[in-house]
Ligand binder design. Structure first.
Ligand code: AMP
Ligand code: ZN
Length: 220
């Protein structure tokens, strides 16, 4: 009885948390208060344990809950809450963020050539965390933090928008259109991102994707 109550409470709290997060990232006019969990990226930008690189315009950190073997976030030093607040003025900054992410991937060559990993750079349609961040993520998705369907679909459906697509849209339209309608993608069936076969649940999917990861010594 108690357990059922506890579950209902945590379901309610989690749904509340997502609403708050979406709101935090949504409203440039009403930013979340300092110290709110959705502002956590700001403190992580200062955390030497997470920081991997920086220059005068950006900071790169390790994602605190990585969804793959390599998962970084590139963040501008300038205060930009999300893609909604971006205009043509920031096109050069977005290009710079992409370039810094790509350079980091290239520097990781030593480790990744052993397993021949590919990477994607992109943004979530509806970010949960405030402060603009570009995901740089390897496509193995081999991580204990990748647990839920929402996690999977947020990186493997068009909920994940490639950085190139975002830069093209900004160059063409001078702004990024609201991508809120892509929220439904999170409920899509679980599908392997490599062979597209549908999988019945997360444990089956996680076991399946391991079969696509080349191991050291495999023929390329
Ligand atoms: P999203 O806002 O959905 O684009 O993704 C936010 C990302 O930030 C997720 O991949 C989280 O794992 C990651 N994350 C959440 N909190 C922190 C934190 N305090 N420091 C670093 N990364 C975080
Ligand atoms: Zn597959």
């Amino acid at each position: 009885m108690m357990a059922a109550k506890g579950n209902a409470f945590s379901v309610m709290m989690n749904s509340q948390k997502r609403k708050l997060a979406d709101g935090a990232a949504k409203t440039a006019s009403q930013p979340a208060k300092k110290g709110h969990w959705s502002m956590g990226l700001l403190s992580s930008m200062e955390d030497p344990a997470l920081k991997v690189d920086s220059d005068d315009r950006v900071v790169i950190i390790k994602d605190k809950y990585p969804k793959a073997r390599y998962h970084w976030l590139v963040l501008p030093k300038e205060n930009i809450p999300s893609l909604k607040a971006v205009s043509s003025e920031q096109l050069d900054l977005l290009k710079h963020m992409h370039k810094k992410g790509q350079e980091l991937i290239d520097r990781t060559e030593d480790a990744k050539h052993l397993i021949d990993l590919s990477f994607r750079l992109g943004y979530h349609a509806i970010p949960s965390m405030s402060h603009l961040h570009l995901h740089v993520i390897s496509q193995d998705f081999d991580s204990p933090c990748l647990k839920h369907k929402k996690h999977w679909n947020s990186f493997t459906t068009d909920y994940f928008i490639d950085s190139e697509e975002v830069m093209e849209e900004l160059e063409k339209d001078g702004k990024i259109a609201d991508k809120g309608s892509r929220n439904d993608r999170l409920k899509d069936p679980l599908r392997c991102h490599v062979c597209k076969k549908e999988q019945v649940n997360m444990p089956k999917l996680k076991a399946h994707i391991l079969s696509h990861i080349a191991k050291p010594g495999d023929k390329k």
